[in-house]
Design a protein around this ligand. Structure first.
Ligand code: GTP
Ligand code: MG
Ligand code: ZN
Length: 278
């Protein structure tokens, strides 16, 4: 019988098989590994085979991701470079990205600024887990969807609000910042409705550039808002790093491209150069 791995706890797996949750073990699958999100063949509560995967993330361990909801908030202070890396990561791994601005109750200025910087880069939703706006995320869940983002942006609060129960543990913000610890440790898929799952995870708070595996020329295409202005660059090979003869630099100067996004692009270019050198 075929099933979907919802949860992994040591050597026990919670597998959904025909709408029922079964606790399974695995036999002889060590090398290949079994991850949350894996579709598997099970017989007699033993996982016999892992079916081929669309993608696989190692940290956090998650297979077959269809969509990633990248959560940010006014507090904790957003790491927009991480947001850009996650957006690139999604495109590279055939994952649909969505930028979610949480804690909109903390002020409109922040929301407006983020929208201004990112509206040309990705789809955005604005929510607060303190009101009903959080429910619009339910519609956004597609196949296997994960929440991603820094600790304390409200990922577990979103899951709780959607499921209206305390199924995941919410951390105390001030305590968390003091200890610098994350609250959510295990990865688990929660079913939103039939065949739609949402994962809570503590991962994706850091991403190694090596994981991105793009070269300096490819990087340009992951900044979609650069493409039209780049037609004004004198040379096709222009990396948009110096203002001479560069349409992208011109667009940044005129405010047509977000300065924040351009600065992130320059940092990533620098990182790619350094990774290559080592
Ligand atoms: N003001 C406000 N606070 C919120 C909102 N959503 C969540 N919080 C608070 O933010 C803090 C962190 O929430 P969590 O849901 O634990 O954050 P998390 O992203 O799951 O954190 P990790 O599990 O450590 O990755 C808690 O104190 C929540 O009450 C919101 O919409 N508005
Ligand atoms: Mg959490
Ligand atoms: Zn250029």
């Amino acid at each position: 019988m075929k099933g979907l791995v919802l949860k992994k706890n040591a050597d026990k797996f919670t597998v959904e098989i025909e709408d029922k949750k079964e606790i399974c073990t695995a036999r002889n699958l060590k090398e290949q590994g079994i991850f949350v999100g894996d579709r598997v063949e099970v017989s007699g509560n033993v996982i016999e085979k892992v079916l081929s995967r669309k993608n696989l993330l190692v940290r956090p361990p998650l297979a077959n991701l269809d969509k990633m909801i990248i959560v940010i908030a006014k507090t904790p202070k957003p790491d927009f470079l991480l947001v850009d890396k996650l957006l690139i990561f999604c495109t590279l791994n055939d994952i649909e990205p969505l930028l979610c601005i949480n804690k909109s109750d903390l002020g409109e200025d922040f929301v407006e600024e983020v929208v201004k910087n990112y509206e040309k880069a990705t789809k955005i939703v604005v929510i607060s887990t303190l009101d009903d706006t959080v429910l619009c995320l339910k519609k956004e869940v597609k196949g296997i969807t994960t929440l991603a983002g820094q600790s304390a942006v409200g990922k577990s609060s979103i899951i709780n609000a959607i499921f209206k129960s305390e199924i995941t543990q919410i951390g105390d913000f001030s305590k968390k910042v003091e200890r610098g610890k994350q609250t959510t440790r295990l990865v688990e898929l929660y079913e939103v409705e039939k065949s739609k799952y949402l994962a809570d995870t503590a991962g994706f708070s850091k991403l190694d550039e090596k994981l991105l595996n793009v070269d300096e020329y490819e990087l340009r295409k992951y900044y979609p808002e650069f493409i039209a202005p780049s037609h004004n660059c004198k040379y096709k090979s222009c990396l948009h790093l110096s203002p001479k003869d560069c349409g992208v630099c011109e667009a940044v100067k005129n405010g047509k491209i977000s300065k924040l996004r351009y600065e992130n692009y320059k940092i990533l270019q620098e990182n790619i150069k350094n990774v290559k050198r080592f």
